[in-house]
Design a protein around this ligand. Structure first.
Ligand SMILES: Nc1ncnc2c1ncn2[C@@H]1O[C@H](COP(=O)(O)OP(=O)(O)OP(=O)(O)O)[C@@H](O)[C@H]1O
Ligand SMILES: [Mg+2]
Length: 325
């Protein structure tokens, strides 16, 4: 089956900065491709190249079988993009914005009105639809952007962090919309900092760090690849936390993370669990809670990139120093 989105060796240079250093990825029609990576990894740059907003310095990409540079005009007819493309006019109402966009893509007036009303309803903006967009809250504005990107019924949709700043309910709404769209054969490329979102929606994931793809595959495969399970121990007495961390670290063979109540560490051999129980018992430490669970995508991300997904840029910088294993 031909890919709906396919990129090979994309490179993008901004002066001295090599923002993309050979990014390759592909998505089959009707699937969601999640693109993950820390701040500055190159997610937006990749998205913008695929949506024809900027040209790559080297490499090539096709969307719907069309070259994003040589056949950009054809690609533009197929794609929707949140934010940049939508071009919401602050002075117009939500309804007028969607109506205008429908008219711009050549819909007859009545069809454009119906589409606008349908999308306002879909994103719970029917009431607000009568007010100028400049009066919208951040989350409402974001929802209007999403609605705007859907007016023309794109076959391929690029969502660059679409749910950042949305409340849980609006986030759920968007997830539903994405699932509906893929059900109709639409292909979605989604960048996100929320790993739960990637886990929920993506058929395949690409993890980018510093302009390079460092891992790809279905979420389950990435989780299995990074080492399976996580041991968590919560001592009854907070004073025992350091001792627990020492024991867990020694037996798991990986530096444990010490949280408010829990000490946790990735383990590859489930037999570690019984060994830990024995050592804790010998040490006279009473345990309130102990469990072995599957690694979350968040831990996969940390293991791959050395950063947490939702870290701030400032924390990132402190952690770019090489830490001996
Ligand atoms: N127009 C530009 N001019 C110069 N450098 C740029 C430009 N756009 C992006 N960059 C640089 O390219 C790199 C990748 O940026 P990009 O915006 O693609 O990252 P991102 O993964 O989307 O990050 P974030 O999670 O913060 O949105 C960064 O180092 C960034 O500073
Ligand atoms: Mg970005």
């Amino acid at each position: 089956m031909p890919y709906a989105i396919r990129a090979e060796g994309l490179e993008k240079r901004f002066g001295e900065t090599l923002a993309l250093d050979g990014v390759s990825l592909a998505a089959e029609p009707g699937t969601v491709l999640g693109v993950l990576g820390p701040n500055g990894a190159g997610k937006t740059t990749t998205t913008r190249i695929l949506a024809t907003l900027t040209a790559p310095t080297a490499g090539r990409a096709e969307v719907g079988g069309y070259d994003v540079v040589a056949e950009a005009h054809r690609v533009r007819r197929l794609v929707g993009l949140t934010g940049q493309y939508a071009g919401v006019d602050e002075m117009l109402t939500g309804f007028e914005n969607l109506l205008l966009l429908g008219r711009l893509v050549g819909m007859p007036r009545r069809a454009a009105r119906a589409r606008a009303a349908e999308l306002l309803d879909r994103f719970r903006l029917t009431e607000a639809g009568e007010r100028a967009a400049k009066t919208y809250s951040g989350g409402m504005r974001r929802r209007l952007d999403l609605a705007a990107s859907l007016v023309a019924r794109p076959r391929v949709l690029f969502l660059d962090e679409p749910t950042t700043g949305l409340d849980p309910r609006s986030r759920g709404d968007l997830w539903d919309v994405v699932r509906e769209l893929t059900g109709d054969g639409v292909t979605v490329l989604l960048t996100t900092q929320y790993l739960e979102e990637a886990d929920q929606l993506a058929d395949d994931l690409v993890v980018i760090d510093r302009g390079r793809v460092i891992a790809d595959g279905p979420p389950e495969q990435l989780k299995a690849q990074v080492g399976g399970q996580v041991l968590e121990v919560a001592p009854v007495r907070a004073a025992d936390r350091e001792a627990v961390a020492r024991i867990v670290g020694e037996l798991a063979g990986a530096a444990p993370e010490v949280g408010e109540a829990l000490v946790s560490a990735p383990v590859s051999d489930p037999a570690v669990l019984t060994a830990v129980v024995r050592r804790l018992d010998d040490a006279g430490i009473t345990v309130g809670e102990m469990s072995l669970r599957k690694a979350s995508l968040d831990e996969v991300f940390l293991a791959l990139t050395g950063h947490r997904a939702e870290e701030t840029a400032a924390t990132d910088e402190q952690e770019t120093e090489e830490v001996p294993a």
